[in-house]
Design a protein around this ligand. Structure first.
Ligand SMILES: Cc1cc2nc3c(=O)[nH]c(=O)nc-3n(C[C@H](O)[C@H](O)[C@H](O)COP(=O)(O)O)c2cc1C
Length: 658
């Protein structure tokens, strides 16, 4: 019997005759560290670290299975990559974990800007998100596809992979065959349910036949794709039942959403409940008795995972983002150190970075995919020094924690009485709550490492220098710039959104009238604030001179914003600017006009008006500190105003350089 506080989570599970040491699986993640031209070190570290951290099963990103899968993937169809496949499998197995290769083809699906022009699908119908037009695959194409896939799976098996997971959800090719909306074929691969599942079933059968009963075959199915005329819960159940009736499947998992405006469903954020799909998955599980089912979707805490298993809602726990942020999640949970876990903040920065074709980044894990990601200690500094950090937001805190972990003596000065900076303000609003995990973890680590704090006062350069530091880190954040198209004599009268929210949060309860945000910023905090205002005011209007809103927000977040604004009646007026007239001061009527001209329009009864705009570094202390001629680094917004990812990454880098 395990000594862990989570006995079910740390009990073994047998799949295809292979014993998994616990119930934790790393859900497939494409980290975009680059697998071409040999295995990129970060790619290898990423997957091996998840095994080292204790996950019993690690599902890879999609492996290249057919010749069209090119340089961006690790390729199993390509004999020259055998050495790399082996190194990955050996690395994962060395930690007692099973490596599962994901089998996937995107078909017509595309979620980066623009259309794809050389894609295939079940039918020649446009992708619901990108409008990419595929060609319909012919019977010869399908035979070749199945044959090549089997050869690729055999190579994975020879190289030490324990099994495969066929990704048949997320709007990719197999999903396109499964869904009546995208599959309108009239041959054996279309029509009724049995025709639509034929391609998936044939692949699973052929792999089973070639790779044997000891090779794990998992399938990720759509649980509810949120697409009209697509796959709802009822259809998902029918697909699962028909599939397991035809082939021996070792585990099923379910994902939601598709390449459609429902894409947001696959990465539920703070606007969705925790363990978002637990009920749905439990109901689907009941339809396929005897087949292990993976619970997946915003499971962040070991206690949640344990309860899901204990209640019989799933047999295995899939963790996607939770293991991106902390590879040691399983190890910490097993040791009863759940409070040490760095929790996922559901910001979806990970997905944003890969969607921009950048290597995956994480707001709450600045050491992501580094060789030493799991080490409790960092390489000690050659010359321990006194380091002054000015600014107690997440950039400054990270610099302080990293520097202290390397043996430096660190003192942090913060203007507010509490740490966290603007992230704390965000976390005080319902849709930003999870973000507190970033500074909470930093604060705990700083305490453990003996970092000194002077909070609640604006410090001067002389006061910092009086402490006689050897090096300094400036992390004083950024300030919103005054909107170019508002008269400057209104400065002091019209607050920026942060000031206004900080003020509003001092009170509670409903407010009469309308709240208006003049949105020149387009980043997520503005819309989190808009939703909070909707909780308090009778009406909320967002005015923007740009063509849309939320341009800085990751696609899945943008979908959430547009959907929720619609559902909650938050009004958006684009291509407009407010026009300052005396009617605002006299009668609370804010006027605005199209950026192209035309008549003034009115918003009556305005009780709250604030602007959100691009920010400039708040670096007033830079000159006076530079005069001391000591090593000085600027980090986060104080260098160039950006996002939480830049803040924690730069804070950590500064701490490492000292
Ligand atoms: C950055 C990122 C990349 C992902 N890449 C894949 C992928 O390649 N294949 C796949 O099936 N799912 C992929 N997913 C989806 C996850 O496997 C999982 O279904 C989703 O993140 C929900 O689980 P979570 O709430 O535990 O993160 C990805 C998710 C993220 C955040």
């Amino acid at each position: 019997m395990s000594q862990s506080p989570y006995p079910r989570l740390f009990s073994p599970l047998v799949l295809a005759g292979q014993s998994l040491k616990n119930r934790i699986a790393h859900a497939s993640i494409s980290p975009r560290f680059g697998a071409h031209q040999g295995l990129h070190p970060n790619y290898l570290h990423y997957f091996v670290n998840r095994a080292k951290g204790g996950a019993a099963m690690v599902v890879s990103d999609p492996i290249g299975i057919i010749e069209q899968h090119g340089l961006e993937r690790l390729r199993a169809w390509d004999a020259s990559m055998e050495g790399d496949l082996r190194r990955l499998a050996d690395g994962v197995r060395a930690h007692g974990s099973a490596l599962i290769g994901q089998v996937q083809d995107t078909g017509r699906g595309r979620h980066v800007p623009g259309r794809a022009y050389q894609t295939h699908s079940a039918s020649a119908l446009p992708d619901d998100l990108s409008y990419s037009m595929p060609r319909a695959m012919g019977l010869g194409d399908l035979q070749k596809f199945v044959a090549q896939t089997v050869q690729s799976c055999l190579r994975m098996q020879r190289c030490g992979f324990s099994g495969i997971e066929v990704s048949a959800g997320h709007g990719h090719l197999f999903h396109q065959f499964l869904s009546p909306r995208s599959n309108q074929r009239e041959d054996a691969y279309g029509g009724d349910l049995h025709g639509r599942i034929r391609l998936l079933a044939e692949i699973c059968q052929a792999v089973r036949q070639s790779c044997g009963t000891g090779f794990i075959i998992g399938v990720k199915l759509p649980g509810d794709d949120g697409v009209p005329g697509g796959i709802d819960e009822h259809q998902a159940g029918q697909i699962a039942q028909a599939l397991v009736a035809q082939v021996a499947i070792d585990y099923l998992s379910y994902c939601q959403g598709s390449h459609h405006r429902s894409l947001e469903m696959h990465l539920p954020d703070d606007s969705y409940p925790r363990q978002t799909y637990r009920g749905l998955i439990a109901r689907l599980k009941a339809l396929t008795p005897g087949v292990a089912v993976m619970g997946l979707g915003r499971i962040t805490d070991p206690a949640e995972a344990e309860a899901i298993l204990t209640d019989g809602d799933a047999d295995l726990i899939g963790l996607g983002r939770s293991l991106i942020v902390d590879a040691a999640w399983p190890r910490k949970a097993q040791a009863g150190q759940a409070s040490e876990i760095r929790y996922c903040v559901s910001c979806n920065t990970c997905w944003k970075t890969i969607n921009q074709n950048r290597p995956m980044g994480c707001d709450n894990n600045p050491r992501l995919a580094q060789a030493d990601e799991l080490d409790d200690t960092l390489a000690p500094a050659e010359h321990p020094r006194k380091v002054a950090v000015i600014g107690a937001g997440i950039a400054g805190l990270q610099a302080a924690v990293t520097a202290a972990a390397r043996g430096h003596t660190v003192k942090v000065w913060g203007r507010s009485a509490e740490v966290g900076g603007k992230t704390r303000l965000l976390a005080r609003m319902p849709l930003g709550e999870s973000m507190s995990s970033i500074y909470d973890h930093q604060w705990l680590s700083a305490g453990r490492l003996g970092v000194q704090f002077a909070l609640g006062q604006a410090v001067t350069a002389d006061e910092v220098l009086a402490w006689q530091p050897d090096a300094m880190v400036l992390a004083t954040g950024a300030l919103m710039t005054w909107p170019m198209d508002l008269p400057t004599d209104l400065q002091g009268l019209v607050p920026d959104l942060r000031q206004a929210m900080a003020e509003l949060l001092r009170s509670q309860g409903p407010q009469s009238g309308t709240a208006v945000i003049y949105d020149l910023d387009q980043s997520d905090g503005t819309y989190v604030a808009a939703e909070y205002l909707r909780d308090r005011f009778e009406r909320v209007v967002v005015l923007s001179p740009r063509e849309t809103i939320a341009e800085e927000v990751v696609l899945v977040g943008r979908q959430r914003i547009h959907r929720r604004f619609f559902e909650r009646g938050i009004e958006v007026k684009t291509w407009v600017d407010p026009v300052w007239t005396e009617r605002f001061e006299n009668e609370g009527c804010l006027q605005y006009r199209s950026v192209f001209g035309g008549p003034l329009q009115d918003i009556e009864n305005v009780a709250f008006f604030a602007y959100a705009s691009p920010r400039r570094p708040d670096d007033a202390l830079l000159g006076p500190l530079q005069a001391a001629a000591l090593p000085l680094t600027r980090v986060g917004d104080c260098k160039i105003a950006r996002d939480a990812l830049a803040a924690t990454a730069e804070g950590h880098a500064a701490g490492m350089e000292l």
